[in-house]
Design a protein around this ligand. Structure first.
Ligand SMILES: O=C(CO)[C@@H](O)[C@H](O)[C@H](O)[C@H](O)COP(=O)(O)O
Length: 183
């Protein structure tokens, strides 16, 4: 097998025992979203794309027909992002949006392969203060984001691309679990 696939396959195997956490997140999120709550999602680079991938599955649909859910990728509002970075500093780009859009009982999901990106850590802190539930998808633990969030799924791999690929599998599992809980 190509070494890229070998790394992915081994990371998937090592992460499989955390699948029940993702399934539980799906059940909890189904209840939050059907109850009128909201999912906020953030990350940088490839993880921003994955945050947006997740929210798109929820606003649109994953597999089956169901109501659209309220889910926002925090990097996607470029005017707010640039204004916040310019006026308050780059580290605040997600935290300020958590204060703006998050409500008690909502969920913030943070994606970070290093678990140490300053803007994502600031978002998790803001969410905790605002009364949101905080979940993290990270690379190898321990890391600062895992320590800050209520729950974490940590991929025990060192390659950023591998961690991102496993995160995408977790995101699809999460969508499956949400839709199963809503069926
Ligand atoms: O996608 C890649 C590399 O695969 C990069 O864009 C990567 O996402 C960026 O370097 C991010 O800034 C990394 O942030 P993080 O995952 O450590 O929070």
């Amino acid at each position: 097998m190509h070494r890229h696939l070998t790394r992915l396959s081994s990371a998937l195997e090592l992460t499989a025992d955390q699948a029940p956490v993702v399934e539980a997140w799906g059940r909890k999120l189904a209840s939050v979203l059907t109850g009128g709550g909201r999912l906020l999602a953030c990350g940088n680079g490839g993880s921003a794309a994955e945050a947006q991938h997740l929210t798109a599955e929820l606003v649109g649909r994953f597999r089956g027909e169901r109501q659209p859910f309220a889910a926002m990728p925090l990097h996607a509002d470029t005017s707010s992002m640039t204004a916040i970075a310019n006026d308050f500093g780059a580290e605040e780009v997600y935290a300020r949006q958590v204060w703006a859009h998050g409500r008690e009982g909502d969920v913030l999901i943070c994606l970070s392969t290093s678990g140490s990106s300053g803007n994502v850590l600031a978002a998790a802190r803001a969410a905790g203060e605002r009364g949101l539930t905080t979940w993290a998808l990270t690379g190898r633990a321990p890391n600062p984001l895992a320590a800050l969030c209520d729950e974490v799924v940590a991929v025990p791999a060192d390659d950023t691309a591998t961690v991102q690929e496993v995160h995408l599998a977790m995101i699809h599992m999460l969508c499956d679990s949400i839709e199963e809980a809503c069926a």
